[in-house]
Design a protein around this ligand. Structure first.
Ligand SMILES: Nc1nc2c(c(=O)[nH]1)N[C@H]1C(S)=C(S)[C@@H](COP(=O)(O)O)O[C@H]1N2
Ligand SMILES: [Mo]
Length: 438
């Protein structure tokens, strides 16, 4: 009586094994990737820089959303955000430069991270081609999370960059895509970091920075074989040292910093912002600072110059003012910057005009919950809703003049809103009506 103790492998499992052992020619074969630089140390260096940078970009991105006061009026460009807005709070008016800093960081750090991101993706590319593509259910889930991670990060960087370059290629609103994309990405990112942190710590300790920075190309050898499939089993000779690769990426980041960061400072430094699309050299004089959309571009020149222009103010009372009447009300001056969501900002300019709080008082709504602002521009960024705390700040103005001169057409003549620490887009130009809500 003979009984077999072991079942012969089934056809299916034999087939599976055969597939696993015979990756198609090309990038799915481990020997295809031959750089001796790839390994857990290098990946961990890029990964740690990204970790720090992405935290900054994510947090400042959330703050940017809060700064829009999305719970008011039609401010929210992502009306379905629901629970994702759990952290929202009343955006303050103090300090007046806060949004300038947070949004400048969001855009600048994002741009500067691009070379690091590319370095990181390059360093792990063999893993994207791992063979067989799926080994088990757990492996399938892991790969799906990598898809969300890599797809998410690429999506966020591409949509962010496209937006600040005015390249509106998205199928839908930038705000919604960038906002939802951020949450998908960050979820995958948190899982990824939780799994990889121990490896990163171990890998960073496995080599000495001092040694690494002293090693030239001729002496560059692969890291010891690892179980992460990063170190090439079939390495070629080095064509660049690790320090060279780090210098390349670091140099790329430094270069990007030098040609973008200037847009977040006013004055002469703006001229260094070669990559910024608003690299316009504004004229000299009181109105000689950064313009976003010009009156001409929006077809508003005629309306803005029309002597029949009136400001309508509504609340408990309704009233109208022409520009001279507004100039006859008590005038106040406030030194405030304009900081755009695109990352550029101006240094503080001396705005002068009527306090929004005074207009609210005149309208019979001394403590408004909000004000709805309308302008000659009926669509796009032509309207906004500001919160009570913004209306009541003594520096919040319906500005008529800037730096001692009348507003220029492009800066919003006859009258514009200027509020401390307000995202630029809510400083509505060419205002026609203010509706205060009690
Ligand atoms: N009516 C109207 N107001 C507007 C805009 C606009 O397109 N239309 N652009 C906004 C944006 S996005 C910014 S950043 C600021 C820029 O103001 P500035 O052009 O005076 O620098 O104006 C804001 N006010
Ligand atoms: Mo803006």
């Amino acid at each position: 009586m003979s009984q077999r103790l072991e079942q012969p492998p089934s056809r299916l499992s034999r087939l599976r094994q055969a597939v696993a052992e015979h990756p198609p020619p090309g990038p799915t074969r481990r020997g295809f990737w031959r750089s001796p630089l790839r390994g857990p140390w290098l990946t961990s260096v890029f990964g740690s820089v990204l970790l720090a940078g992405i935290i900054v970009v994510f947090v400042t991105g959330l703050l940017s959303y809060a700064a829009y006061n999305p719970d008011l009026g039609s401010n929210d460009k992502t009306p379905g955000a629901g629970p994702l807005g759990f952290y929202l709070f009343d955006w303050p008016t103090n300090p007046s430069w806060l949004y300038r800093v947070t949004q400048g960081l969001h855009v600048t750090v994002g741009i500067v991270l691009i070379p690091v991101l590319l370095g990181k993706l390059w360093s792990v590319i063999p893993k994207l081609f791992t063979w067989p593509p799926v080994r088990s259910l757990a492996h399938a889930l892991e790969r799906l999370s990598l898809l969300l991670l890599v797809g998410g990060v690429v999506f966020e960087f591409v949509t962010g960059l496209a937006n600040i370059q005015y390249w509106y290629v998205f199928p839908g609103s930038f705000y919604s895509l960038h906002f939802y994309g951020a949450w998908v990405f960050i979820a995958a990112f948190v899982v990824h970091v939780a799994f990889k942190l121990p490896v990163v710590v171990r890998s960073l300790r496995s080599r000495s920075w001092r040694e690494e920075l002293r090693t030239d190309t001729a002496h560059t050898v692969p890291e010891p074989p690892d179980d992460h499939e990063l170190v090439s089993p079939n390495p070629a000779a080095a064509t660049i040292s690790r320090r060279g690769a780090l210098a390349l990426v670091g140099g790329g980041s430094a270069l990007l910093f030098v040609v973008t960061a200037g847009q977040s400072f006013g004055g002469v430094l703006r001229r260094t912002a070669l990559l910024a699309p608003r690299f316009t050299d504004p004229s000299d004089g009181p109105n000689g600072f950064q313009v976003n959309k010009t009156a001409d571009a929006l077809g508003l020149t005629e309306g803005a110059q029309d002597p029949g222009w009136r400001l309508q103010v509504r609340g408990a009372e309704a009233m109208t003012f022409d520009r001279d009447q507004l100039l006859g009300l008590p005038q106040h001056t406030a030194a405030l910057p304009i900081a755009c969501v695109e990352g550029w900002s101006t240094s503080a300019q001396a705005w002068a005009g009527v306090r929004l709080a005074d207009l609210a008082q005149l309208a019979g709504v001394p403590a408004p919950v909000s004000v709805f602002v309308e302008s000659l521009q009926e669509s796009g960024f032509g309207t906004t809703t500001l919160r009570g705390n913004q209306v009541l700040d003594p520096d919040s103005l319906l500005a008529l003049r800037v730096n001692g001169a009348d507003l220029s057409l492009d800066h919003g003549f006859p009258a514009r809103v200027i509020v401390p620490n307000n995202p630029g887009v809510h400083n509505t130009k060419w205002v026609t009506r203010l509706t205060f809500e009690a």
